[in-house]
Design a protein around this ligand. Structure first.
Ligand code: AMP
Length: 510
């Protein structure tokens, strides 16, 4: 099934329901959304001469037009290449070139930066700015019929966020997207006409993926006018749209609650915040539940298995009578309905319950491979399993606890130390706002543990106080040998801490 069929079907049944909103303003009903994307699809294939399977990039700040362009691309049997609008021009160039994109949709401010690339990149024929004169006319012509695709045809090139090295294009098929959508209904929540997803996080990533179940059920995609995450604006939108849902990086949950506007905000319309994409520490989720109520679910996934490896349902998060609540809140939940998840050792042998190894996944949501990178495909999908590069272990009840990415694990005196455990412990110290733990090369031990700490309200913390706090909570040998107090932690455009950059800083210090 062409994934664009989700829209065609909903538009037939619910033509007059609101589909797209810019801030509080409804910009399209389902009939308009479908009609405009079908006309735009016709322009792409007939006027611009794009052929089935050609790549079309979307370098746009969050905007309702993103949805019309995205569904036009799929309807026309083309491949979408959504790119995070916060990337550097060199990264745009790399992704446009690597994907051989022939066309790029852009929002105004980015379009100007991107235009010169047409002369540099042989495949790029046009940068189409959604604010340019005449753009709206492209959505008025005759509808292109929904193009047939095979389940394994490519729908989305999902460029990895690349905390190290160049981003790779995970090849996501129509089948992968459909399975991710069905799995949302199976494991995360049900949706009804009129429910809203507020895209405060980038539409090119998890938030955008959660737009698909919403289209299937005639909900409203709400794009904040700021195009991103502004806590006060987000809270206003929650007050306006009943049953609003979100995909948030964990840091956004924290920022929402800490914002001055939160104290007087009415969050009763909030239905669900799905968080994921990075570690949510136990102390933070407990604080969030206290502030907002039990309106959270967690997912663990990656671009290579779009947002669908494990999940922690809102009912499990709510259950404060479970004897192992702490472990459950600190876990990433249980295997999602549509996948098998195992823990492998270095030789790809399955490990027993409780042992830590690499998390591997197989199922219909797993990508086809990496675009134009057979070597990385063979390595990552060896034996038919997606090797996530994340370390973790299952408990007896099937809860997966993520340790760290294999490259972030610290080996000190031959013992494996997982930074996350130390980070969790440090975060329970009242004045610690954020923390990141890494290994520093050491001549005797191989590596030793050091911590970068951000203090709340510019407070001063004595290293010896952190030291005794650690001794109370974790094994003595795991406590950091040095603390670096910093104003903030380096993060990429998805809010993930760049441990590679912290390691570089240590090299400079030495
Ligand atoms: P991306 O492909 O950019 O979404 O990055 C995926 C990576 O983010 C995963 O491989 C994990 O390392 C991390 N990640 C995703 N979800 C979670 C989660 N719930 N908790 C901790 N880390 C996560």
């Amino acid at each position: 099934m062409n994934i664009a069929n989700l829209l065609q079907r909903t538009a037939r049944t619910y033509p007059d329901l609101p589909a797209l909103a810019h801030g509080q303003d409804i910009t399209a009903t389902y009939h308009q959304f479908d009609e405009e994307s079908a006309a735009l699809a016709g322009v792409l294939r007939n006027d611009m001469g794009l052929q089935a399977g050609d790549r079309v990039a979307l370098i746009m700040k969050n905007h309702p037009e993103y949805w019309i362009a995205l569904f036009a691309i799929w309807r026309a049997g083309l491949v979408a290449v959504p790119v995070n609008a916060k990337l550097h021009i060199n990264e745009f160039r790399y992704i446009l070139e690597n994907s051989d994109s022939r066309l790029c949709f852009a929002t105004a401010e980015l379009g100007d930066q991107l235009q010169p690339l047409i002369d540099e990149l042989p495949d790029l024929e046009r940068v189409l700015c959604i604010q340019e004169q005449g753009y709206q006319n492209l959505k008025l012509g005759p509808a292109l019929p929904l193009q047939s695709v095979r389940p394994d045809d490519l729908a989305w090139l999902f460029y990895t966020s690349g905390t190290t090295g160049k981003p790779k294009g995970a090849m996501i098929s129509h089948r992968n997207l459909l399975v991710a959508t069905l799995s949302y209904f199976a494991d995360i929540t049900s949706l009804s006409p009129g429910d809203a997803v507020i895209h405060a996080a980038p539409q090119t990533h998890g938030s955008g993926l959660y737009g698909l179940p919403l289209v299937a059920k005639a909900g409203i995609q709400v794009t904040p006018v700021s195009g991103g995450f502004d806590p006060a604006e987000t809270l206003d939108l929650i007050a306006h749209f009943p049953n609003s849902c979100f995909f948030f990086a964990p840091t956004m949950v924290h920022r929402l609650i800490a914002s001055p506007a939160f104290a007087s905000a009415d969050t009763s319309n909030l239905k669900l915040i799905v968080y994921g994409g990075g570690p949510m520490y136990e102390a933070d989720i407990r604080q969030a539940i206290e502030a907002i109520g039990p309106k959270f679910a967690q997912i663990y996934g990656q671009g290579e298995a779009p947002m669908t490896i494990t999940g922690l349902s809102s009912s499990l998060i709510e259950n404060d009578t479970h004897p192992r609540r702490s472990e459950i809140l600190a876990s990433v939940g249980t295997e999602r309905t549509d996948v098998e998840v195992q823990i492998f050792d270095q030789d790809d042998n399955p490990l027993p319950t409780g042992e830590i190894g690499e998390i591997v996944v197989r199922g219909d949501v797993v990508m086809l491979g990496y675009w134009k990178n057979q070597e990385a495909t063979d390595e990552t999908l060896r034996g038919g399993w997606l090797h996530t590069g994340d370390m973790g272990c299952f408990d007896e009840e099937g809860f997966l606890t993520l340790k760290d990415r294999s490259k972030d694990m610290i080996i000190s005196g031959g013992t494996n130390i997982y930074p996350r455990e130390i980070e969790e412990a440090l975060l329970t110290y009242p004045l610690v706002e954020e923390v990141s733990v890494i290994g520093r090369p050491h001549s005797d031990w191989g590596e030793e543990v050091v911590a970068f700490v951000v203090c709340a309200n510019a407070a001063q913390i004595e290293p010896r106080d952190l030291d005794s706090h650690c001794i109370q909570h974790i094994a003595r040998f795991k406590r950091p040998k040095e603390y670096f107090f910093v104003k903030d932690l380096p993060k990429n455009n998805y809010g993930k801490v760049l441990k590679t950059e912290l390691r570089e800083r240590l090299k400079i210090k030495n």
